[in-house]
Design a binder for this molecule. Structure first.
Ligand code: ADP
Length: 274
């Protein structure tokens, strides 16, 4: 409607300009809608734990002469507070990866360290589900990038692999170098034997707050922001993240990132760029 009215007004200026204007309007409107959705989503996500905290604190006060009930409510308050902290932290991470240029303090980042860190981060949860974690091919590979952001990205993928897998399965992390005309790439693939992702959902899991099963995501402390962060980190490093999945069989998330020109190690233990 509005776009058509505008196009009618500027029609004498030529059809190409009209087209550009209409496209601009559509794009501006799309961006505005995305921004509005994001604010609505954040508000909604904040409301759940804050609402619960306020109800639980009332319940604690009412139950002051019943120590067992107080303890129960306090335990639930702790869960909600953790949920809130996670959400705020992931929002900070997301805004950082969206706004900062990661290559400003880029350095050669050792893939072996990234993988070890990601596995460490999930060790406790994997252990409680008896999930085996294994990695291979990481030796002497370096990525050119921002250490903190790369660690967050890989950590999110491994965390998801553990979260969305049943007990007594395996999570594998495999790395290799790919020779490419525009510069060699490092590929890191995280494979699980978990619930998988349908074709319809595969396109959407990288969107902020998109979850296939919101209840399951929340139960494992998920915020729905992890893969959006991974996608941003990959893109801003000049790389990409892709997903392959078979429902009920498992998923593989693959990061491809620019290789760093490190070929040997200095005696100080610091990588030497040659
Ligand atoms: P969350 O905090 O919910 O895990 P993410 O952005 O990391 O948010 O992931 C978005 C959604 O994608 C998840 O809620 C889940 O439904 C799905 N997902 C992510 N990783 C996997 C995986 N390895 N296996 C199956 N589903 C996954």
């Amino acid at each position: 409607g509005e776009a058509l009215a505008v196009s009618a007004r500027v029609a004498p200026l030529g059809s190409r300009l009209v087209l550009l204007l209409v496209e601009d309007l559509t794009e501006a409107r799309r961006i505005e809608a995305v921004r509005r959705d994001f604010v609505a989503n954040v508000s909604h996500e904040l409301k759940t734990p804050t609402g619960a905290l306020s109800l639980l604190s009332e319940a604690v006060m009412d139950a002051s002469d019943d120590p067992e009930a107080v303890e129960r409510f306090a335990g639930r308050m702790q869960i909600e507070a953790t949920r809130l902290t996670n959400l705020v932290q992931e929002l900070i991470d997301l805004s950082r990866v969206q706004n900062d240029d990661p290559l400003e303090d880029a350095e050669p980042v050792r893939v072996e360290e990234l993988v070890a860190e990601a596995i460490d981060r999930c060790r406790q949860q994997a252990g409680s589900k008896q999930i085996t974690m294994a990695s291979g091919g990481t030796a002497e590979l370096f990525i050119w990038g921002n250490r903190g952001q790369l660690a967050a990205a890989l950590g999110n993928l491994v965390e998801n692999a553990v979260n969305y897998s049943p007990a007594r399965t395996r999570v594998g992390i495999a790395a290799r170098r790919i020779v490419a005309p525009g510069g060699d790439l490092i590929e890191i693939a995280v494979t699980d034997q978990g619930i998988g992702i349908s074709e319809k959902d595969r396109e959407r899991v990288f969107e902020r707050f998109y979850r296939v099963d919101p209840a399951r995501s929340r139960a494992t402390g998920g915020t729905g922001l992890g893969l959006a962060i991974v996608k941003h980190v990959a893109a801003s490093h000049g790389g990409e993240v892709t997903v392959w999945s078979s429902e009920g069989q498992g998923s593989t998330f693959t990061l491809r990132l620019p290789e760093s020109g490190v070929v040997r190690e200095h005696t100080t233990g610091r990588p030497l760029i040659v």
